[in-house]
Design a protein around this ligand. Structure first.
Ligand SMILES: [Zn+2]
Length: 169
């Protein structure tokens, strides 16, 4: 197990389309463990394999910090089948830490995926978890949230990382 380095934009690996997972052996188990360790050490609610440089269709979602009744989700070869109730939300990305942006996302999704052992499952969810699933699934196709912004001039915001920044704005 290891906390892996998270690739930062504009690393070219973040713009690649990832491969379907076909082998559910030890390398996949190690990848999932590394994603768990890396996400646990970060402020995010989701991470995709390409963010640690692995071009495989694997996503980890964890909103249990905000919603303890939910559970961590491992999505292998995910496919979103339903997107409902679109709205504009403010979104960030571990690979683009300095910015947030207004992005149009569905509030409710249904997806199909395999778990880390290769067992198929389907899941319906909403809110933060639904948004994270759309964001992380985008990563598997080399799509970043900046690609989803309607207007780069008005919908992208630099994070105010220092408490004093507010007074300066
Ligand atoms: Zn991201």
């Amino acid at each position: 197990m290891a906390v892996r380095e998270i690739l930062l934009y504009p690393d070219p690996l973040l713009k690649q389309k990832c491969d379907l997972v076909t082998d559910f052996g030890a390398p996949l188990a190690e990848l999932v463990r590394d994603l768990r360790e890396t996400l646990a050490a970060s402020p995010g609610v989701g991470i995709a394999a390409p963010q640690i440089g692995v071009l495989q269709r694997v996503v980890l979602i964890d909103v249990t910090g905000k919603f303890p009744e939910r559970r961590q989700l491992v999505l292998v070869n995910p496919r979103i089948t339903t997107l409902e109730e679109y709205k504009i939300i403010r979104e960030g990305c571990l690979s683009i830490p300095e910015f947030t942006a207004n992005v149009r996302r569905a509030d409710k999704v249904v997806f199909e995926a395999l778990d880390e052992h290769g067992q198929p499952y389907a899941h319906r969810t909403d809110g933060l978890e639904a948004i994270a699933i759309q964001h992380e699934t985008d990563h598997l196709d080399g799509v970043l949230f900046l690609d989803r912004v309607a207007c780069l001039k008005t919908d992208v915001f630099r994070r105010k990382t220092k408490p004093s920044a507010r007074a300066q704005s």
